[in-house]
Unconditional design. Sequence first.
Length: 234
Amino acid sequence: MAFYETGSLYFDGDKGVDRDIVDELARRIGCRIEAMAPPRARAYAMLQAGQVDVVTAALPYHERDAYAYFIPYMQQRFATVMLRDVPLAQSTPQGFAADPTLRFGRVRGVNYGGQRDQWLARMEAGHRLEQGASPTTAFRMLGSRRFAAMFAIPLQYEKELADLGLTDKVRIADWFPEDKPPLRCLALSRANFTEAQRAAWTAAAQSMQIDGSIKRILAKYLSPEEAEKAQILK
């Protein structure tokens, strides 16, 4: 199991939303979890090669369909996390793009989906994109002013900003409110899972949605409002 070590999703080697969800899934399915937390780009390469069985917090992406099954278990909107001293006139996508001195950040190997990926391509084409090897590295780069803004979900930025003492130094904005919240999924290796096993994992994940287990886990790490928004089944 390749976990995504970021914010409250997975931290300290055995804590976080994804660890709690996976432990409950393992209990219901009857399997043992061997955890690792490689960089995101490497995790997907290992999944494609069949070197790991599952990647957590995965975003469904058409290029990955050939080697992965996707089981959604939560959703959260990406927000734009921006240094507070960026002038308000430059705090919109249009204003930011119009100021060539402002740079944008991303985590290497992450696909953000929708208009966000188009935005990142625009920043890269203009030589205004900085990349961090991990979310924590990217947040440190933000704090050291290597760039002025980045995308992240609440389960990432709330803890990462607090850990780095940056909470009061940023503002949070929703640049693309018309985009749907991306799904967070378990990505199962097609090389290592049979169709019957995929169906069993899907049924277990759905049962956790239905009986409220996922919502209870989310509520340990999020406000009630954010925990409700993160649900994908009603």
